[in-house]
Design a protein around this ligand. Structure first.
Ligand code: GTP
Ligand code: MG
Length: 478
């Protein structure tokens, strides 16, 4: 209980750090339209993806200890269901759905982090819902069950962009379970796209757990090994990498009367896999601790991006100032030249008094300078501004891959801000913001990591294990 309280209070602190130090900067410079903490303030979430009929809903029911989600052999459920905890029923009450809400409610209530899914339209809203359940399994996390991935369906058939929706959900999930079953070991088209394109770009690889489910349906150990081998091969083909991620092998006893129900053959190997389900359950229950880790990553990632953003603005202003000083000096030189030339021309003409020669030369020099500073300098500065926007990539140094990744994530925001302000913004304020954000990156993030480490050490828990790498680590997209 202590441990949970500690985790909760550290989570609160992290959210405060984001709300107080990063969000005001993110909103001020157009890096984000909504407070950054909007997507991370709710409870830890576990997203369950997978082929149709791979047993997602059955496994969820298994963990919740009741038939909460409907299940069936054909593609059964075409909704995204957020299943969260309801602690109002007295302990010991039969586990059941205590409240159901529709998508419109979920998308509009600011308590939930799903506002950004509104963009997927009414068809999606009609396939989105909330269930509150009094299962103790949900005490510290929420589960999101998803419609099965299919072979034939097109985005138009679904009426919303399925890959985009799971991309958005994966981005805020602390753990993503990707389920396969022995009948379709990794071959479904939508699963292929998700694993190849959507997930790597929208979440970190250590948040993804691969699960081969329904293994009780393999007729023997060699059948299981064949299926496992096929899945490994398919995953390596999809990701283009040779290293194989950890794949949990499991099944749901509640789906079969006996482990060998309806299956001819020797399924004695199942006894050895009981442990796998326990491990998987443990991994899911680690979601709150993963959330801490993910929050720390969130602070680091957005802190680094914002500081890179502000650094780009400061560099822009430095370059712009240098350009203007150079052009002002050039203007002064040209004006003096014009004035001198005029004075010389007058002195060369006969009959014009000496005093008026100096006066006219001075007036021409002054007039040229005013013209230069008001009209020409403005014109050249705006030309310089346009050119600089075309070559934004040289605004900051991109000495390593991390800096390049960060730059790619903020480039369009920097361009939009410079375009909007036409390069005129209060430099002192930007410098102050830069110092604040750097303090969060350098000091705050380090302290957070140390606190998480201490917390896990005190509670003698290991931090969530990093799975075998299947994806290249990509930046978290805000
Ligand atoms: N033998 C066996 N059958 C299972 C297992 N898990 C699920 N099933 C059966 O497989 C069928 C599909 O299960 P669901 O849980 O509905 O699968 P799903 O992935 O939620 O399917 P969709 O929501 O349609 O994508 C059901 O008939 C389940 O009874 C399992 O571990 N072993
Ligand atoms: Mg289902």
């Amino acid at each position: 209980m202590h441990r949970e309280d500690d985790i909760d209070s550290l989570r609160e602190e992290l959210l405060e750090m984001v709300a107080d130090h990063l969000t005001p900067v993110a909103l001020r410079y157009g890096y984000s339209d909504v407070p950054l903490e909007t997507n991370i303030k709710w409870r830890p979430q576990v997203l369950v993806l997978g082929n149709y009929s791979s047993g997602k809903s059955t496994l969820i029911n298994e963990f919740l200890g009741a038939d909460i989600q409907s299940t069936g052999q054909a593609p059964t459920d075409d909704s995204f269901t957020v299943i969260t905890y309801d602690d109002s029923p007295p302990p010991g009450t039969f586990v059941s759905v205590t409240e159901e809400r529709d998508g419109k409610y979920l998308l509009n209530d600011p308590e939930f982090p799903f506002e950004m899914l509104k963009k997927h339209g009414d068809r999606f809203a009609a396939h989105f819902r909330l269930k509150k359940v009094n299962s103790p399994f949900l005490r510290n996390l929420a589960i999101i069950d998803t419609p099965g991935m299919l072979d034939s369906i097109t985005e138009r058939d679904r009426g919303y962009n399925y890959q985009d929706v799971i991309g958005d959900l994966a981005q805020i999930a602390d753990l993503v379970l990707v389920l396969f079953d022995p009948h379709k070991a990794g071959t479904v088209r939508e699963a292929h796209i998700s694993i190849r394109d959507t997930l790597p770009a929208r979440t970190f690889e250590d948040r993804i757990l691969f699960v081969l489910n329904r293994v009780d349906e393999c007729t023997s150990l060699s059948d299981l090994l064949r299926v496992y081998g096929t899945l490994c091969w398919n995953l390596s083909q999809i990701t283009g990498r040779k290293d194989i991620p950890t794949i949990h092998l499991t099944y749901s006893p509640r789906a079969t009367v006996s482990p060998t129900d309806g299956v001819e053959g020797d399924t004695g190997y199942l006894h050895y896999l009981e442990n796998e389900r326990v491990e998987l359950k443990k991994a899911i229950l680690q979601a709150p601790r993963r959330r801490l880790d993910n929050l720390a990553t969130f602070v680091e990632t957005h802190g680094e991006r914002l500081s890179h953003f502000l650094e780009a603005l400061i560099n822009y202003r430095k370059e712009s100032l240098l350009f203007r000083v150079k052009y002002a000096l050039a203007g002064l030189f040209v004006s003096l030249l014009c004035g001198g030339a005029t004075a010389f021309a007058i002195s060369a003409s006969v009959g014009i008094p000496h005093g008026s020669m100096l006066g006219t030369g001075g007036a021409v020099a002054g007039g040229s300078l005013v013209l230069w500073m008001t009209v020409l300098l403005k014109y050249f500065t705006s030309m310089w501004h346009r050119n600089r926007l075309r070559n934004l990539d040289t605004l900051t140094t991109l000495e390593n891959q991390t800096r390049s990744d960060t730059w790619q994530a903020i480039r369009e925001f920097v361009s939009a801000y410079l375009n909007k302000t036409r390069g005129r913004f209060p430099l002192a304020e930007v410098k102050q913001d830069y110092a604040d954000v750097r303090a969060v990156c350098d000091k705050g993030a380090r302290e957070i990591r140390e606190t998480i480490h201490e917390l896990l050490k005190v509670t003698q828990e290991k931090p969530p294990a990093t799975r075998g790498s299947i994806f290249t680590l990509r930046p978290f997209r805000g």
